[in-house]
Design a protein around this ligand. Structure first.
Ligand code: URA
Ligand code: SF4
Length: 208
């Protein structure tokens, strides 16, 4: 399973996005409504990488527009990061879910899906070539840094690694969905504050 044969080489983001709508690099395209490619400024200093589109993203064709996305937008604003300074995408470009009656329940993508979809993420990294990559949660971290990476241990600090053909600067933090899953009250407030702190660090690393 690989998206490689569907990814045009040296293409700009608009061309990549268009090509991704025809990707059959793994089986996830079939039950999904549509591909959800990255969005935002293709010259942004910050590139944010999530896991995969959710139910709302699958229907609208845009990343981070559902509940987790709204929390992320709020956290970005609080960290004084402007929308035009960000390009957002996901490690996996189609929504993976299981059916529970008529409801579509998020299912974490497998390593095989992350690997199959990797050529799209690599192409986005090469093309956007951001000052800093922000990894939102374990799936994004796995996609670019491998299986041994632990968010809880290594979040919030600068990491340098060879990814997508260059030495890149990255920073990992929690996924906004993990903040939403934290129990309402002090736990969630703390998880949210930690996300904002990491985004502030990311902003200063991208600027400096
Ligand atoms: N969660 C993600 O990881 N990505 C999205 O686009 C939406 C929710
Ligand atoms: Fe292609 Fe990625 Fe969709 Fe799989 S999830 S079909 S590799 S775009």
């Amino acid at each position: 399973m690989s998206a490689a044969e569907y990814v045009p080489t040296g293409a700009d983001i608009a061309t990549l996005r268009e090509a991704a709508s025809r990707c059959r690099g793994c089986e996830l395209w079939e039950p999904a409504t549509q591909v959800v490619f990255g969005a935002g400024n293709p010259r942004a200093p910050l590139m944010l990488v999530g896991e995969q589109p959710g139910d709302v993203e699958d229907q609208r064709g845009l990343p981070f527009v559902g509940p987790a996305g709204q929390l992320l937008q709020r956290a970005l604003a609080e960290a004084a990061i402007a929308t035009e300074d960000v390009y957002v995408t996901n490690a996996v470009k189609h929504f993976r879910f299981t059916l529970k009656g008529k409801r579509r329940i998020h299912a974490t993508p497998l390593v095989s899906h992350i690997k199959a979809c990797g050529p799209w993420l690599d192409a986005e990294l090469s093309e956007v070539d951001p000052e800093l990559v922000v990894l939102l949660g374990a799936t994004a971290a796995k996609a670019l840094l491998g299986n041994d990476f632990r968010i809880t241990r290594d979040r919030g600090r600068l990491i340098e690694a060879d990814v997508a053909g260059a030495t890149r600067r990255l920073l990992a933090t929690a996924h906004p969905s993990a903040v939403l899953r934290a129990t309402d009250g002090p736990d969630r407030a703390k998880a949210y504050a930690e996300l904002v702190t990491d985004l502030r660090t990311a902003a200063s690393l991208a600027a400096g």
